[in-house]
Design a protein around this ligand. Structure first.
Ligand SMILES: Nc1ncnc2c1ncn2[C@@H]1O[C@H](COP(=O)(O)OP(=O)(O)OP(=O)(O)O)[C@@H](O)[C@H]1O
Ligand SMILES: [Mg+2]
Length: 323
């Protein structure tokens, strides 16, 4: 069995933009552009980058909630982009997603009991009455919610508790891989740490593999074994999370991570402020997409898109003029 649960090769998602009277294609957004990476079993890969860089599109394309335009997604060695509807059903059980907004992702008319039972019914799991009841109690226990939650409705819970319900719903079908799309961004800071710690405990207890998308770099650094950085649809650097702070080679990563305050006074890094706006993904700059905002730009950066350089087995970047 391969060490890798997930291997992604050349994944691309292009959204056509239609316009005019005849609804012809007038352009396209390359939301995810030829992205390749792998995630080991039991590992957490963090995914960071500015708003609109393609994190959610990438996460959803892995599960084929958004159909990729090109590329391969190998799950347990099998390319699921080639799977038919029946084969995808089984894969959907193994790959789950948790969304940012626990308010929007729970049906307000359903009790927590029905919300958690629904995915098990769809997949024909825990069918017996007692078996189902025990499973529901087990799920509530795993996410540290009381048993009486089963008969309550989502509005009776706080944001943090609702996100626990969403986590329990994802766990209900015994998944192997979970895409966590900014699971704590909508929560109070005091509650964020509890939910992050819960996700980490569940990971070791249930041997889960995560893709953890977040804006908060401190959270990502804390939960992830490795972190991938995206810029305008491209994955521009991947490294062990401890290596990205201080050891980043791509100027964009360096700028991003320079914004995190560090408690260790021996590590000194000046804050790098990026100038200019994020360019439009409909009309990205030539060469390296980051070149108009980069202080290390050369003529080569404007002309050619940089290939991958492997710094080590765990550290790769795409930059012509690294730090
Ligand atoms: N259905 C769609 N049709 C057209 N363009 C889309 C669609 N979904 C996303 N996009 C575009 O694709 C790009 C990537 O969007 P995405 O939501 O993946 O970014 P993100 O990194 O998750 O951002 P955020 O941090 O704000 O959640 C954006 O430019 C967005 O406008
Ligand atoms: Mg997003």
């Amino acid at each position: 069995m391969s060490d890798y649960l997930l291997e992604v090769k050349g994944l691309t998602k292009r959204f056509p933009i239609k316009g005019g009277l005849l609804g012809r294609e007038v352009g396209a957004v390359n939301a995810v552009n030829n992205v390749s990476f792998s995630i080991k079993r039991g590992e957490t890969l963090g995914l960071v980058g500015e708003s609109g860089c393609g994190k959610t599109t990438l996460g959803r394309s892995l599960l084929r909630l958004i159909e990729p335009s090109a590329g391969q997604v190998l799950f347990g060695g099998q390319d699921i982009t080639k799977f038919d509807a029946l084969q995808m059903r089984e894969i959907r059980r193994k790959m789950q997603i948790i969304f940012q907004d626990p308010y929007a992702s729970l049906n307000p008319r359903m009790t927590i009991g029905s919300i958690l039972s629904e995915p098990m019914e769809i997949h024909g799991l825990f069918l017996g009455r007692t078996e189902r009841q025990n499973r529901l109690y087990q799920l509530l226990d795993q996410v540290q919610l009381p048993k009486d939650a089963l008969n309550k409705y989502p509005h009776e819970f706080s944001g943090g508790q609702r996100q626990r319900v969403c986590i329990a719903r994802a766990l209900a079908v015994e998944p192997e891989f979970i895409v966590c799309d900014e699971p704590v961004s909508a929560l109070d800071v005091s509650v964020q740490a509890q939910v992050v710690n819960l996700l980490m405990d569940l990971q070791s207890e249930l041997k889960l593999t995560y893709l953890f998308i977040a804006h908060d770099l401190k959270v990502v650094e804390y939960i992830s074994n490795r972190v991938a950085v995206m810029y305008l649809g491209n994955m521009i650097e991947v490294a062990e999370s401890s290596e990205l702070y201080g050891g980043a080679r791509h100027p964009y990563t360096k700028a991003l991570f320079s914004a995190i305050p560090k408690p260790n006074p021996n590590i000194h890094m000046d804050r790098i402020l990026l100038e200019g706006d994020i360019p439009s993904p409909m009309n990205p700059p030539t060469g390296c997409h980051f070149h108009p905002r980069c202080w290390k730009v050369t003529d080569q950066c404007k002309a050619a898109y940089p290939a991958v350089t492997a710094q080590s087995q765990t550290h790769e970047y795409r930059c012509h003029n690294p730090i």
